[in-house]
Write a protein that binds this ligand. Sequence first.
Ligand code: ATP
Length: 368
Amino acid sequence: MKDSYEIAVVHGDGIGPEVCGAAIEVLDATLGTGILRFIEYPAGAEHFLATGESLPEKTAQACRAADAILHGAAGLPGAVHPDGTEAGVDFSLKLRFGLDLYANIRPIRLYDGVESALVGIPAGGIDYVIVRENSEGLYAARGAGSVLRGDVAVDTLVQTRKGIERIVRKAFELARLSDGAPADGVRRVTCCDKANVLRSYAFFRAVFDEVAKDYPEIEAEHVIVDAMTMYLVQRPGHFNIIVTENMFGDILSDLAAATIGGLGMAPSAEVGADNGLFQPSHGSAPDIAGRGIANPYGMVLSAAAMLDWLGRKHDDKRLLDAGGRIRRVTEGALSAGCLTTDLKGSATTREVTDFLCQALASKEPITA
Ligand code: ATP
């Protein structure tokens, strides 16, 4: 346990600063000031447009040295490299590869008070975790693909035994700690791939099967990614932990978020052996930026995940308790109807933040 922890904060672009600022207020309301020291660093699309750099070296070094990294979102329309790729995503992608943040853990849970895009699903009826491999797969080709003579474009999908083994192991370890799938209570890890078509995915599946033997008490199954998009709509309650390749995890996360109220409800934790980056699953949402209506819950839940990770890493009960408190007040706020416009409510980002901070300060149970 340390006396205090340094958190590198990169607000980013669009709604990034709005939701990130909300999360910092909530963290302060939970722990008081002093235990977490927030230090802000620049990166992202706006910084790229101003300076030509999307991730300054000083920011990268500070992120590496910090105890954890908190990030809103990055990216703006028009902030692109000469090859057409977005400059804003450099921040996350460079840190994922540079700090080896191999596990992207994305809980998907339908909270009481939030309406799913799917009909007739009760609160808690969707409760699974997408474990997205974050350091290999198709996105490992970022910056290394090629376009030949204006006729042919190539990006290479990379999967290594080491990379697959560790992400699959992470998935089974999470299943061990979980309560199982909502539909039947079974602890289950689903390998989502395209093993029927590509060798790299058949390899992913073969390594998955090898690792699964070490966890005989947990059910292991395979689902092809295209069928998965259907099952996540038709019977999301079946799933407990889903482990998958980088790009598939990216795509499935947005579909999954739509079933629990939208992207604003989806937190994420990107962790490796030493470092952790915590940002919501959503992007910078330029369409609603600056209007004060961004949903901060996904970001706040990502901040709670940061406290869990730091608390476990440093054996610090103060942080573990604080993470639990944030989750409880979040549940309370949602079921009390404190909903932003994307959730069919009318609360602003400010109002949700105030609600959460007041609930954290109060010893009384939360009411509408
Ligand atoms: P990226 O590829 O950078 O992750 P994206 O293409 O998934 O970004 P987002 O910026 O996440 O796109 O936005 C997609 C849609 O979801 C937009 O209509 C946006 O307004 C909405 N959205 C995303 N996050 C939030 C949020 N926190 N609150 C409300 N709406 C949101």
